[in-house]
Design a protein around this ligand. Structure first.
Ligand SMILES: [Zn+2]
Length: 552
């Protein structure tokens, strides 16, 4: 039994919001209250003086790609201000690589290169080639295979974009994938081509897989080892749980770590829709597993993303009259998936960025709620991932249908310039978490790492300030009416994800019988300036009653 005292504890329990001591036995909280009482009541507990530090419930990232994040820690960091710097890093890796060895990188974004966005969008830029652009994308800003060939001629190079909806390959990689001028575009994807029809090296959406699928796969052991290292970083950032959006090999690696007793993170595992038939055959149900690793929902992709202009919109992207993005399916088809999943007790978790995509998902959820009722099925914890821009008529529907808005605050500040440029006025309801909360939707916050850093304090900062770390775009922030209070934002990283995982009766608060997942901070985020969030990290992290991380 442990007794932590002389602490300032935020319990997130409304009747008793603060306390100064907490008693923990094995993996659960036994008592929370005033130190004088508890020291007297539990004389034999192992005592730990917290010296006035702040204790809060551990944070959960409700949207993270654990396998990709773990492996990304080994990749070249391509998130650079210029293309030249990115190429310099690739060249450095190429010098050390064996001939033929794959060189992998992640994080580039051509929109952030060359000329700054506003002037790049003011029109009058060089004329675009008519063919070969991504769906309406300005080809002149994209990098090319030849850039990479010049520095790494003997190694296949494959660099994924920050959005994970585009990739950049060199000629050796295209050759290895047997992509030629004759290769047709795959469904819902595009091989970007030059005037002569030759592949430029940029692959969009499903075309990425043509190269991505031939990159040698790490073994389950290698993934598990990478995850074990990633887990330590997550603890340090204050995370005690994640909702994973990677696939089968991620699940296998997680199970391996768990079997070895090394998984000390609460993981909700979502499954890709391609496995729905198998899950249905098995009769697999949401919540199967234990408090450490459990089954979540079936993940479906409705559309693309803002960066590559593939998010499905009602109206065209600004400056591209005939581009409304890519809609993978309509609401009817999604409902069919949802119906099958609901029959075995699995909910849906649907990626929807554009307003059109969100509309179709909500249509499907409306049918699905009726279907659940008619068939006396439980109301499942359905969610929409991102809800990045929504039509005013659709904004109240998540709350009404009790659909979880799984949003990533850091996307708002990362994407605001792109959103203004390509969605314009529509951005009034982009990353609109205040609107969702006011309409009664539950928020579950995350980072989409490795798309963004998994640092939840950066997410909290974005949620309460709508500003970047450098203070831009202004003191009041981008669409400041969407700001949250610190308490609301904290809930988005604690109780919201707990609810999405159907664990709100044992996770997300510091009260008796709840799981002892908590973090220790030097400063109180509820009383310090929002900018202090940018520097915050956990001093100590406890998962299931065990100190898994202690700073020294
Ligand atoms: Zn994601």
């Amino acid at each position: 039994m442990k007794l932590l005292y002389n602490a300032y504890i935020h319990t997130q329990d409304p009747p008793h919001p603060t306390a100064s001591a907490i008693v923990i036995e094995r993996e659960r909280i036994v008592a929370v209250g005033e130190a004088n009482n508890l020291l007297h009541q539990y004389p034999n507990a192992e005592k730990q003086n917290m010296e006035g530090r702040v204790i809060l419930p551990g944070l959960t990232d409700a949207h993270l790609h654990l396998k990709n994040y773990a492996l990304s820690l080994q990749k070249i960091d391509c998130e650079t201000d210029t293309k030249e710097e990115c190429l310099r890093r690739v060249a450095e890796r190429a010098r050390k690589a064996k001939p033929g060895e794959w060189i992998l990188g992640h994080g580039w974004n051509q929109n952030m290169w060359s000329s700054p966005l506003p002037s790049a969008l003011s029109g009058g830029r060089s004329p675009q080639s008519k063919r070969g652009e991504g769906p309406g994308v300005r080809a002149s800003l994209w990098p090319s295979a030849s850039n990479l060939d010049a520095i790494a001629p003997n190694n296949p190079v494959y660099l994924t974009a920050k959005s994970l909806h585009a990739s950049w390959a060199n000629t050796a990689a295209l050759k290895a994938a047997q992509i030629t001028s004759q290769t047709p575009d795959p469904q819902n994807g595009q091989i970007q081509r030059d005037d002569k029809g030759n592949a430029t090296g940029i692959l969009l959406e499903t075309a990425m897989e043509m190269v991505g699928s031939i990159v040698p796969e790490p073994s389950i052991r290698e993934i598990a080892d990478a995850m074990e290292k990633a887990q330590e970083i997550l603890w340090k950032l204050g995370l005690t749980g994640i909702h994973d959006f990677d696939r089968r090999d991620s699940f296998m690696a997680l199970q391996q770590l768990h079997a070895e007793g090394k998984l000390k993170l609460r993981v909700l595992k979502n499954l890709p829709v391609e496995l729905l038939d198998q899950a249905y055959e098995l009769g697999l149900r949401a919540g199967f597993g234990d408090d450490c690793l459990r089954i979540g929902s079936i993940k479906v992709f409705m559309d693309g993303a803002l960066g590559p202009h593939t998010a499905a919109m009602f109206q065209p992207y600004i400056g591209e009259e005939d581009n409304r993005g890519i809609l993978n399916m309509d609401g009817e088809q999604l409902f069919e998936y949802g119906r099958k999943a609901a029959q075995v007790g699995l909910g849906l978790t649907v990626h929807a960025i554009g307003d059109r995509a969100n509309h179709e998902v909500l249509d499907a959820y409306e049918q699905l709620r009726d279907y659940e009722k008619e068939n006396h099925l439980p109301a499942l914890r359905h969610r929409i991932e991102h809800v990045q821009v929504i039509h005013p008529d659709d904004a109240p529907r998540l709350g009404k249908l009790n659909v979880i808005a799984s949003m990533q605050p850091i996307h708002a500040t990362s994407d605001m310039l792109m959103a203004d440029a390509f969605w314009g006025e529509r951005s009034r309801l982009a990353y609109a978490w205040r609107t969702q909360l006011d309409h009664g939707a539950r928020l579950a916050f995350g980072s989409d790492a490795p798309v963004e850093s998994p640092n939840p304090f950066w997410g909290l900062h974005a949620a309460v300030t709508r500003r970047r770390a450098d203070g831009s775009p202004s003191a009041e922030g981008w669409y400041p009416e969407q700001k949250l209070t610190m308490a609301e934002a904290w809930e988005g990283f604690t109780l919201g994800p707990a609810y999405a995982a159907n664990m709100e009766n044992r996770l997300g608060r510091l009260v008796p019988d709840y799981l002892a997942d908590l973090i220790v901070l030097e400063k109180d985020p509820f009383t310090s300036s929002p900018d202090d969030l940018l520097e915050m990290q956990s001093s100590a992290t406890m998962v299931g009653g065990e100190w898994v991380y202690v700073s020294r």
